[in-house]
Design a protein around this ligand. Structure first.
Ligand SMILES: NC(=O)c1ccc[n+]([C@@H]2O[C@H](COP(=O)([O-])OP(=O)(O)OC[C@H]3O[C@@H](n4cnc5c(N)ncnc54)[C@H](O)[C@@H]3O)[C@@H](O)[C@H]2O)c1
Length: 382
């Protein structure tokens, strides 16, 4: 496959990021966008020089020559849209979380198999150069025997009780909010860098405001434009969670998740402790990996071809000092999938999460809900 022809469904916050990321990858073309708000679809298409705009996915799927459809709509639409795309025999790149529950994710796993398409779920953080480097160093044994780990994903965009949007509606996000929304990224990161599955979890979920003040919100996620009228609404899903996970080898990793922690914007970080050294990666300083040592000075490793494992070099587009960040991780996430569609990169260098991984992550979300409900450890079923 030479040129890849892509479509993006849902052009709110993340949809536009997908368009920009695809445009950075050679031999790709975004040929269509889909938005219920058709004016926004047309404006976005015009802004980015995209030839087609639709207001529904069924019309998009009649378009000839489509190679991949990116689903960037709210969570409840991932399952029906992914199903329609797969059954039209198109490759699918779906935003996270993959769906609302494991019966939906299980069905998508089976459909991908039946219709023989390729699938990805956008747990983009594992495609950051220094996350790949972290994994390579752990697998090479550089830090000795992994002993334990600490992860956190904390944000503040839902910190006030006046913060309210579709993420609070269980019909749109399912029974979990913060664990499904950002905890799932942390689960993926942990399983990816350790190259091990989580086999058991203990979780405490926390809702800090039993009710919130809903105001009409205009625009996409993180938009600050609101209407005047305020309605008090009960909150059914969690703002935060404390989770302990056990990996296959018996290692324990603690994970803090919060969307109400002031000043922490998109603070995703992971510390892996080994018998010789530790490794720390922070999303907000994505261009460096810290090697923590006890008896000598700590080391800072920059995202530069000179310092990283050969398997990681293809994801580096800038020399050190030209800091890479969130947008580069997203670009690499899509690049990895497209490289697999083209078959132009060695399989062992490709590491994007598939719909099967999305299904596994949804099992972990459900296990956290069950653990919280019953106040006990919950094993992950095969
Ligand atoms: N991977 C990441 O780091 C990351 C970051 C942010 C959001 N997300 C995920 O992306 C998804 C979208 O989140 P967002 O923040 O961009 O939301 P958003 O509200 O900003 O955008 C969603 C867009 O989808 C459109 N839409 C709704 N129904 C539609 C339909 N039937 N057909 C076509 N378009 C439709 C909306 O009009 C809106 O423009 C969520 O599932 C979220 O979890 C992922």
């Amino acid at each position: 496959m030479e040129m890849i022809h892509a479509a993006v469904v849902g052009v709110g916050f993340i949809g536009k990021q997908h368009i920009e990321a695809i445009h950075r990858i050679p031999n790709t073309k975004v040929v269509a966008v889909v938005e219920t708000d058709f004016i926004r679809a047309q404006e976005t298409a015009a802004d980015y020089g995209i030839p087609h705009a639709f207001d529904n996915i069924s019309d998009l799927l009649k378009l000839d020559g489509l190679d991949v459809v990116h689903i960037c709509t709210p969570n409840h639409l991932h399952y029906p849209m992914a199903k329609e795309v797969i059954m039209a025999k198109k490759n699918v790149f779906c935003e996270k979380p993959l769906a609302l529950n494991t019966s939906q994710t299980q069905e998508l796993v089976e459909l991908v198999d039946t219709y023989k398409v390729k699938s990805a779920v956008n747990h983009n953080y594992r495609s950051n150069v220094m996350v790949r480097e972290m994994r390579a160093r752990i697998l090479r044994g550089d830090i000795g025997k992994p002993l334990l780990g600490q992860g956190q994903y904390i944000q503040d965009w839902l910190m006030f009780d006046t913060d309210y949007d579709w993420h609070f509606d269980p019909e749109k996000v399912g029974p979990s909010r913060s664990v499904a929304d950002i905890g799932s990224h942390l689960f993926d990161l942990v399983q990816f860098v350790y190259n091990e599955k989580i086999v058991s979890v203990f979780a405490k979920l926390i809702t800090v405001y039993p009710t919130r003040k809903q105001r009409e919100q205009f625009g996409e996620t993180f938009s600050l434009e609101y209407g005047e009228e305020v309605t008090e609404v009960p909150v059914e899903n969690e703002d935060a969670a404390f989770i302990i996970a056990k990996l296959e080898s018996g290692i324990h990793v603690s994970m803090d998740v919060s969307q109400v922690t002031g000043g922490h914007k998109n603070d995703l970080r992971l510390v892996v402790s080994g018998s010789k050294a530790s490794l720390t990666w922070c999303q907000e300083r994505a261009d460096i990996l810290q090697v923590g040592k006890r008896d000598e000075g700590n080391e800072i490793v920059y995202a530069d071809s000179k310092y990283v494992d050969p398997s990681v070099r293809r994801l580096i587009s800038l020399p050190n000092g030209h800091a890479v960040g969130w947008a580069d991780g997203l670009k690499n996430s899509i690049l990895d999938f497209y490289s697999d569609l083209r078959g132009d990169v060695e399989k062992d260098q490709i590491g994007y999460p598939t719909i099967a991984d999305g299904h596994n992550l949804m099992k972990l979300v459900e296990a956290c809900l069950e653990s919280n409900e019953n106040n006990r450890w919950v094993d992950i079923k095969e």
